[in-house]
Structure formats: structure tokens, C-alpha cells
Design a protein around this ligand. Structure first.
Ligand code: GDP
Ligand code: MG
Length: 184
């Protein structure tokens, strides 16, 4: 079965810039189906619970940050006071909570053939300055980790999309009850 569901969130920068419709159009244009949708002004606790809190996740996010520092020739210790990937991952998570609670967000469940992979492709790279033109992040943002980390905030990249079918199941279950998701 290749019909999948994935979670898409229009993040506060997307909502405030009036890009909700644009994000939805791009998903609908390829034939994906919105099967649930709502606007929520999430609490810090809700966002803390949404992004994982296990050392592996912190480490993976921290290592990505370390990788971009290395590429830019920036010393992580001088900039953030640590070069431990888990510590850096925790820091990024705090910035993410600040970001995701600064305005309402729009949550949707998107269904279709290979939905998880197709949506990630439409969304583009986590790092907007590297995201291809034609992707949502590549067309609407030029943010980068060096700038975001220097300003001690999360990278502003318009949308969230689940990374794998397992992540999608957990994330959809976190925000939606089964009776809020429609079959049509
Ligand atoms: P995604 O699945 O492409 O959204 O990326 P991740 O799951 O790795 O990270 C979650 C979110 O954290 C990203 O969308 C960014 O908003 C933010 N983020 C990720 N890596 C970094 C980083 O190195 N620095 C900063 N400041 N924010 C980051
Ligand atoms: Mg992710």
C-alpha cells in the first residue's frame, strides 16, 4: 500500500506572510488530498511534546548544526558555548518552541500516493538557502543556519513536513483525533 498520510504545518512565518493558501495549492496541485485541517495557537508545552526529546533526536539536530558551522568555519564553542551535539540539539529545540508559539499555525493531514516522500520533495531542504527553486522553502525563504544560530533562533522555513511514515503516524496522532480525519 503506497497511499500514505503525512502531517504538514504552516509555521508562524508562513501564516504571518499569508502563505497558507500557497502551501495548500502546491499540495493540491500535484493531486494530494487534505483530509484534516485546523488552526491552533499552540502552547509551549504542546510544541515541547511535539518535537522529540530523546538524546538521538537532539544529537541528530545538533550534528546538523555542527556540520553547518564546520562548513562556515565557525567555532561552535565560541558561538554557543558548547560543541556537544546533544546540548546544541536541546538549544535548537528551545528556539523551535519560541518560533512555533509566536503566532497561530495551520496543521493538516495530507493523503496520497507516497505522500511522505512527495511532500518532503515539494517542501525542499531544511535549509532554505540551499533549497531548490520550485520548492516551498526555496521559493519563499533564504534563511540559513549561520544567520539563525547567530541570532539564537530557529531557521524560519515556512513549513514542517513529517520525515518518514513512522514520524507521520506519531505526529498525526499528536494533533488529530481519528474522527477529525475524513475519508472522501
Ligand atoms: P525538518 O524536518 O526539515 O524541518 O528539519 P529538522 O527536523 O532537522 O529540524 C526541525 C526544525 O528545527 C527545522 O525545520 C528548523 O526550523 C529548525 N532547525 C533545524 N536545524 C537547525 C539549525 O541547525 N539551526 C537552527 N537555528 N534551527 C534549526
Ligand atoms: Mg524533521
Amino acid at each position: 500500500m503506497t497511499i500514505e498520510r503525512t502531517l504538514v504545518i504552516v509555521k508562524p512565518d508562513g501564516v504571518k506572510r499569508g502563505l497558507i493558501g500557497e502551501v495548500i495549492s502546491r499540495l493540491e496541485r500535484v493531486g494530494l488530498k487534505i483530509v484534516a485541517i485546523k488552526m491552533v495557537w499552540a502552547s509551549r508545552e504542546q510544541i515541547e511534546g511535539f518535537y522529540p526529546s530523546n538524546p538521538d533526536w537532539f544529537k541528530s539536530v545538533g550534528n546538523k548544526t555542527l556540520g553547518s558551522y564546520k562548513e562556515m568555519g565557525i567555532d561552535p564553542k565560541a558561538e554557543l558555548g558548547t560543541d556537544d551535539p546533544v546540548e546544541i540539539g536541546r538549544l535548537v529545540k528551545k528556539w523551535l518552541v519560541d518560533y512555533m508559539t509566536e503566532s497561530p499555525i495551520v496543521l493538516m493531514v495530507v493523503e496520497g500516493n507516497h505522500a511522505v516522500e512527495v511532500v518532503r520533495k515539494l517542501v525542499g531542504s531544511t535549509l532554505p538557502y540551499k533549497a531548490e527553486p520550485g520548492t516551498i522553502r526555496g521559493d519563499y525563504s533564504v534563511d540559513s543556519p549561520d544567520l539563525a544560530n547567530r541570532e539564537k533562533r530557529a531557521i524560519r522555513n515556512i513549513v514542517h513536513a513529517s520525515d518518514s511514515p513512522e514520524e507521520a503516524r506519531r505526529e498525526i496522532g499528536y494533533w488529530f483525533r481519528e474522527n477529525e480525519i475524513y475519508e472522501y
